[in-house]
Write a protein that binds this ligand. Structure first.
Ligand code: DAH
Length: 343
């Protein structure tokens, strides 16, 4: 039996040395070490030997198996590197230029969002976040929005089957912050909002806002104006002016709209400001006492201001992008202009 084993091992070693493809190796492995291999057969025949010889012979079989395994592995490695070398000899031309990787860039909306954050962090604000999937309470009820307000319509708001909705404004975060923290509060909250709007030059069903909320004793409309003015200067340059005009929002009283002097013509009138000299920036106002009551803040003690800005609008003004849809098409030629700009 031992002679048989030796003959088998010799033959197998020879055949393995002759293998020339990975497939040969596969077959050889099956043939010499597989279930139906002679080696396995010998194992089964151990019984034929006298009991005292069995362990020694079992040992011999195992040694033979180990040898064959390592022969297979090293032959396999030889074949692999030979194939690689052969291919490299044909394909590799060290004088060819390499592939160059295109460097990515930050999206202008991300760049502007980060700049806005920096400006407000510099004014002592903190950054708050809230969920994009919201409930009616945080998106409407707590913001003092009447049950029949048009913004609640299916035509304006994306409702989910769960009864929740995609937030239509970052004002939701005002509520979440006031539910969890006591004044003094000074936060901004940038983030995505969703509205059932058809894309056009100034609308998109997904867009970003940044909300600001300041609550403390003695906060007044002049704090709002001051913050707005500081922000406008930091974002667009020291020459920029700002103003507020009366408006209406359910969650502020009084409410206002915020404008800055046109960054293109400095107020003289041009196509960007439609000859008005002013650019609308967003909504603002003094937090309505009804909202304070919803979140358990005493309006007799505290006052506050809030505002909401559209981030895409600011990006479009800063980078002279005429159509909001350009921001979502991600045309690489547009994005390439922002190469090298850091967040
Ligand atoms: N949430 C409003 C909107 O999406 C914008 C806004 C107006 C936010 C007035 C405010 C505010 O915080 O006080 O149109």
């Amino acid at each position: 039996m031992e002679a048989e084993l030796n003959r088998f091992a010799e033959e197998a070693a020879e055949k393995i040395a002759q293998c020339s493809t990975p497939n040969d190796i596969l077959n050889a492995r099956a043939q010499f070490l597989g279930k139906k291999s002679m080696l396995n057969g010998l194992f089964a025949r151990l019984r034929e030997l006298p009991a005292e010889e069995r362990p020694a012979f079992g040992q011999l079989i195992n040694t033979a198996r180990g040898k064959l395994e390592s022969l297979l592995a090293s032959r396999e490695q030889e074949i692999k590197s030979a194939t690689w070398e052969a291919q490299a000899a044909v394909d590799f031309d060290s004088s060819m230029p390499g592939y160059s990787w295109q460097r990515g860039s930050f999206h202008p909306v991300s760049i502007v969002r980060r700049q806005i954050e920096e400006v407000f962090l510099g004014m002592g604000f903190e950054i708050a976040e809230g969920p994009e999937i919201e409930d009616e309470f945080h998106n409407f009820d707590a913001l003092n929005t009447p049950a029949d307000h048009p913004s609640r319509n299916l035509a304006d708001t994306f409702y989910l089957q769960s009864g929740k909705l995609l937030r239509t404004q970052t004002s939701t975060v005002q509520i979440r912050v006031m539910e969890s923290f006591k004044p003094p509060i000074r936060i901004i909250s940038p983030g995505r909002c969703y509205r059932n709007d058809k894309p056009d030059p100034s609308h998109s069903p997904v867009f970003q806002q940044v909300e600001a909320l300041v609550v403390d004793r003695g906060i007044s409309m002049s704090d709002l104006q001051d913050t707005l003015q500081n922000f406008a200067r930091a974002m667009f340059g020291p020459q920029v002016k700002s103003r507020i005009r009366p408006h209406f929002f359910p969650f502020t009283e009084p409410s206002a709209e915020m404008d800055i002097s046109c960054v293109n013509c400095s107020g003289a009138g041009c196509r960007v400001c439609k000859n008005s000299g002013w650019l609308e920036m967003g909504g603002a106002g003094m937090v309505d006492p009804a909202v304070f009551k919803m979140v358990g803040i005493d309006p007799e003690i505290y006052t506050g201001f809030a505002f909401g800005l559209g981030i895409e609008r600011i990006a479009m003004l800063k980078y002279d992008i005429p159509d909001m849809r350009i921001l979502f098409e991600n045309d690489i030629r547009m994005l390439a202009q922002f190469k090298g700009e850091s967040l």
